[in-house]
Design a protein around this ligand. Structure first.
Ligand code: 13P
Ligand code: SF4
Length: 308
């Protein structure tokens, strides 16, 4: 429970630093409550590029805060928990990209999921998020597209854009990949007719049982707009708060896998760490060396142009 004193203290610290707090839907609910904006990766990256405050506090994992810093280098970007990282962001090797470029030359585009390190972004031609990957890959002039790091989002894109030769890489999100088809079947049996809304980082067996696949925000929008009362939600439990807030009074119910998927890195972003970060100004994100920053910024900017 957040006390009035704590809320007032956060407001005072934010004003002192001219800070805006951005939070991803996967961080704990009380951190989301203290944030100025809560969103999916794409919405938060877009916002970071347009806000005029002096400081951004990013309650999310490192690739999110790094993207904000690249798109808004003049701002101080702080992470309440600087070691919060997405394991998938590292699951691609330079050799994989080089080998594809060697094989296809100018007829290849490298599309990197925003869940990637700054280096991976700098090796790529365009960045995508789960909310715009299909649209962006479809719009690329090249037929051959190396998709890194996530093989599951890559497979989903390949299915949606059959006119492209989407080349997959072996990365994955351990949390979404762990949602099993058996769990989903049991949920469907318990809630017959409930639409299954999945994040495309889920594995192929779970995805085959989904009625809709999209980013965290898109899942929330579909559930808010839907006419059904029960929904099966295949993503991290953190989206529950926003679903319940937006659907309050409608009688809608949201059913998550019984293992209650939690992203352990996002879970480490606590209220205490957020307050300490605002108070001490710790966890500043540095820009990488100029050549890397320039390459990574180019892929992110191209995403903002193509994926708006
Ligand atoms: P969204 O882009 O849907 O917010 O997802 C980010 C993420 O890390 C999913 O695991
Ligand atoms: Fe990374 Fe998975 Fe956590 Fe998303 S849920 S940040 S992909 S580990």
């Amino acid at each position: 429970m957040l006390t009035d004193e704590l809320r007032a203290e956060v407001a005072r610290l934010k004003a002192e630093r001219d800070a805006v707090v951005l939070a991803h839907y996967y961080v704990p609910p009380e951190v989301q409550e203290l944030a100025d904006h809560v969103g999916d990766s794409f919405a938060l990256a877009k916002l970071a590029a347009t806000l005029t405050c002096r400081t951004l506090v990013f309650a999310g994992v490192s690739f999110m805060a790094e993207s904000a810093k690249l798109l808004s280098p003049e701002k101080t970007v702080l992470m309440p928990e600087p070691t919060a990282d997405c394991p998938m962001a590292h699951m691609v090797r330079r050799e994989t990209v080089d080998a594809a470029r060697e094989r296809y030359g100018d007829e290849l585009a490298v599309a990197c999921y925003v869940n990637s390190t700054v280096e991976v972004k700098s090796w790529s031609d365009v960045c995508v998020t789960s909310s715009n990957a299909v649209k962006i890959v479809r719009a690329l002039p090249q037929v051959n597209v190396l998709f890194v790091p996530d093989r599951h989002l890559g497979s989903f894109v390949a299915e949606q854009v059959p006119e492209k030769n989407v080349i997959l890489n072996d990365g994955f999100c351990p949390i979404h990949q762990d949602i099993s088809a058996d769990e989903v079947r049991a949920l469907k049996e318990a809630h017959p007719g409930a639409p299954v809304l999945a994040h495309p980082e889920c594995g192929p067996e779970a995805m085959a049982l989904a009625d809709f696949a999209g980013s965290t925000s898109q899942i929330i929008e579909v559930a808010v707009a839907g006419e059904a009362l029960d929904y099966i939600i295949l993503t991290v439990d953190g989206v529950r708060g926003e679903l319940e807030r937006r659907c309050g009074g409608t009688g809608k119910r949201f059913h998550f896998p019984p293992t209650r998927p939690v992203c352990p890195d996002m879970a480490r972003i606590t209220v205490e760490r957020l307050v300490a970060c605002l108070r001490e100004g710790t966890g500043a994100v540095d820009l990488p060396p100029a050549a890397v920053a320039e390459g990574a910024r180019r892929t992110l900017t191209r995403m903002l142009e193509l994926g708006a």
